[in-house]
Design a protein around this ligand. Structure first.
Ligand SMILES: NC(=O)c1ccc[n+]([C@@H]2O[C@H](COP(=O)([O-])OP(=O)(O)OC[C@H]3O[C@@H](n4cnc5c(N)ncnc54)[C@H](O)[C@@H]3O)[C@@H](O)[C@H]2O)c1
Length: 284
């Protein structure tokens, strides 16, 4: 986190809050890593995580600027812009002109067009389409997990991941444990044989409730679902994919292969309201 881009060029590696670049890059969009040209970032999905990721990207180096933002909803974009602007107004890093704040379903294309690197942090159901557009247009990507919510979506992401590799574009997914020192240290010990050969394990995800954004008369059903995406599987992928992905990923990563068999067990004691997906006819 403390490394500047120059340190990275010297040391040959940098991992900063999810944005990882490698020094052997020859890709056109990344040449500015070696000089003073500003790296232009666009944020697609200006909610909690997207705003956080933009904030982290802006801290990664002095030659980074935010040039475009996109969101389905104007209020989310405005809040995010105002917060980022307030924080960075003295740095000149927020270069998002009024005309480059895009709202609506096509907003992502307009923002991506203006950037070298894009942050994709909408609700996951839209990720495959956004990722495909970014790669087709030669952009480096930081995208949040999960990368899709269904099989066609996953297949699309895999297809464009291959295309990204062919084009030497850099893609990082927000599975942050892979950059977390305690996980890396534990993995190192395991590789040295500290616990013998791994033959199995358990991964858990216990969590409390997630927000509900109350329905407003002016919302269409689609807007209500998008604002409450945790409770709609076409947008979220459900708990195992959306949250437990982190720890299932750790299992696969530490094992360095996929398990030959797996069992799951779950319970539901917290998200019990009808606004949280509980059916009105369910009795328990
Ligand atoms: N790595 C992590 O630890 C971590 C933590 C939190 C969230 N996330 C991930 O980040 C993503 C966003 O989560 P969040 O908590 O920020 O949710 P959020 O609801 O706060 O933000 C999502 C934003 O995307 C916008 N959006 C939705 N559909 C859009 C579309 N088609 N085009 C443009 N904008 C659209 C919404 O209006 C909203 O502003 C999710 O995939 C979530 O799993 C990851």
């Amino acid at each position: 986190m403390k490394n500047t881009r120059r340190d990275f060029v010297k040391k040959g590696t940098m991992a900063s809050a999810g944005l990882v670049f490698t020094p052997s890059l020859e890709s056109k969009g990344m040449f500015n890593i070696f000089n003073e040209k500003k790296l232009k970032v666009a944020l697609v999905g200006c909610g909690g995580r997207g705003s956080g990721a933009a904030n982290q990207a802006l801290q990664a180096d002095e030659n980074i600027e935010l040039v475009a933002m996109a969101d389905a909803f104007e209020d989310r974009l405005t809040d995010s812009y105002n917060n980022l602007y307030e924080k960075y107004k003295d740095t000149g890093k927020i270069k998002v002109k009024d005309k480059n704040r895009f709202v609506g379903f096509d907003a992502y294309k307009k923002a991506i067009d203006l950037a070298d690197v894009v942050i994709l942090a909408t609700t996951p159901g839209f990720r495959p389409a956004h990722f495909a557009y970014a790669i087709e247009n030669g952009k480096h990507v930081f995208m949040e997990k999960p990368v899709a919510t269904d099989v066609p979506g996953i297949q699309k992401v895999l297809k464009y991941a291959r295309e990204a590799k062919d084009k030497n574009l850099k893609v990082v997914v927000g599975l942050q444990r892979r950059y977390q020192e305690n996980y890396l240290a534990a993995l190192e010990e395991i590789k040295k044989g500290a616990v013998g050969k791994l033959v199995g394990g358990q991964v858990y995800w216990n969590s409390a409730g997630v927000w509900v954004r109350p329905r407003k008369p002016e919302y269409t059903e689609l807007e209500y679902q998008m604002r409450n995406w945790y409770y709609f599987n076409w947008l979220c992928g459900d708990h195992i994919l959306e949250q437990h992905i982190h720890n299932i990923d750790v299992a696969n990563w530490f094992l360095d292969e996929f398990p030959v068999s797996a069992q799951g067990m779950g319970g539901r004691q917290v998200r019990t309201g009808t606004t949280m997906g509980k059916s009105l006819t369910t009795t328990s």
